[in-house]
Design a binder for this molecule. Structure first.
Ligand code: NAG
Ligand code: NAG
Ligand code: NAG
Length: 370
């Protein structure tokens, strides 16, 4: 039970007992306490906001938020409100209401931020980006606004700018400096050919991960990404040492590493294994981007740059992107609310003029939703 309700009940009970004892003066004191107690009042409002939202009475709930815009606990209530709106599928009217709060007080960076998160939730990235920028203007220490700005830039394939935002968010708040984000930062550096920085980020990710839990698969994948960089740099032995042979997707890398070490039998063996397990879900050659989601699509968008690479280097980058797409790593802190195909259509299809056929889309649906 909520602590404040206990307090409320206690005051009422003491009041009743005192009335029984005809101690009206004391009783009145306790009952007055209920009426005046700021803590109880604020909490009652919080419950009121929640129940109004459950009833989908969005303007009414915001009416109460409007009354307490300058009270303690307001920021937390905005956060609660946003997640409730998301749950009841009312982020669209929510955005308008958050905007009203900001108009009343343009120092209210939280209201502006959550207006942005409503648009972000509705995949309206242009508007969301404007909101996060305004929130950052109002409060340059808003780590979450930087983080979500980074998410938009990532999802619209602007990796370099996204990186800056993630780094900034992590600098401001340790909440945004964790193994998910470090891994993600490593991946962006990798695709930008900043290999040293990528290694640094992967190292950090492994270190942060080991402080929390033994995420065995995550560690394997991170090591595989590190191996890919060594492979690209022709440091074959280091790459081989890093690859976990139990990770099914790494059989392709192993086959290539063995090939470069001239162990033909092992190379062939691993390639066969890879092909058996990935019947039609890969293509690491130039000019074919069918089997991709986020990272391969990034290569497609920047195909001029990538196709300048020689075949070996190109294949390695494409394989790296494929591994990342395969694991569908995104850093929504475990919230799996990114409907990939929806976003895909919104952000790139315009540019590509419906190059993707229905058949390809069906194949995409086989991949885990990011
Ligand atoms: C915001 O609300 C969500 C969902 O209830 C919760 O997981 C998160 O910790 C809250 N954030 C803050 C800063 O209170
Ligand atoms: C990453 O960690 C490895 C192994 O601990 C170390 O040898 C390497 O120098 C580190 N790389 C960077 C860029 O920090
Ligand atoms: C995952 C896997 O089966 N990898 C194999 C690759 O080839 C070497 C050498 O034949 C095997 O030892 C690995 O098990």
């Amino acid at each position: 039970m909520e602590l404040f309700i206990l307090k409320l009940l206690l005051c009422i009970m003491i009041g009743i007992i005192l009335i029984q004892d005809s101690d009206f003066w004391e009783a009145n004191g306790y009952l007055q306490k209920i009426k005046d107690d700021k803590y109880i009042k604020e909490n009652l409002k919080r419950i009121q906001v929640r129940s109004l939202l459950q009833l989908k009475k969005v303007p009414e709930a915001f009416g109460i938020l409007n009354e307490i815009q300058f009270c303690q606990g307001y920021d937390n209530m905005l956060n609660d409100t946003f997640y409730m709106l998301k749950k009841i599928g009312m982020t669209f009217p929510g955005a308008i209401q958050f905007h009203r709060l900001y108009e009343k007080n343009n120092k209210d960076s939280e209201a502006m931020h959550f207006e942005g998160q409503c648009y972000y939730n509705d995949l309206n990235y242009d508007k969301a980006l404007q909101c996060f920028d305004k929130a950052i203007d109002a409060n340059p220490k808003s780590a979450k606004s930087f983080y979500y700005k980074g998410q938009i830039l990532f999802r619209t394939f602007q990796f370099e700018q996204a990186l800056e935002c993630y780094l900034q968010a992590g600098k401001i708040s340790s909440k945004y400096n964790n193994h998910y984000i470090s891994f993600h930062i490593g991946n962006l550096y990798l695709l930008l050919f900043k290999f040293e920085k990528a290694q640094e980020a992967y190292n950090l990710s492994i270190e942060q991960d080991s402080q929390i839990e033994a995420g065995a698969e995550r560690r394997q994948v991170t090591l595989a990404m590190k191996a890919i960089i060594h492979w690209y740099n022709k440091d074959i032995q280091s790459a081989r040492d890093l690859v976990d042979t139990n990770l099914q997707v790494s059989t392709f890398m192993l086959s290539r590493l063995y090939q470069e070490l001239k162990y033909d039998y092992q190379a062939q063996h691993n390639l066969t294994l890879f092909k058996q397990n990935n019947v039609d879900g890969y293509n690491f050659q130039k000019q074919n981007y069918d089997h991709g989601q986020m990272f391969i699509k990034y290569m497609e968008k920047n195909s001029q740059q990538f196709e300048q690479l020689d075949d070996r280097e190109y294949e390695i980058m494409k394989y790296a992107a494929w591994v990342l797409d395969y694991y569908a790593y995104d850093i929504e802190f475990g919230y799996k609310d990114w409907d990939y195909s929806k976003i895909f259509y919104l952000t790139i299809q315009n540019e590509q003029n419906e190059k993707i056929t229905r058949q390809q889309q069906r194949r995409l649906e086989k991949y885990p939703i990011i």
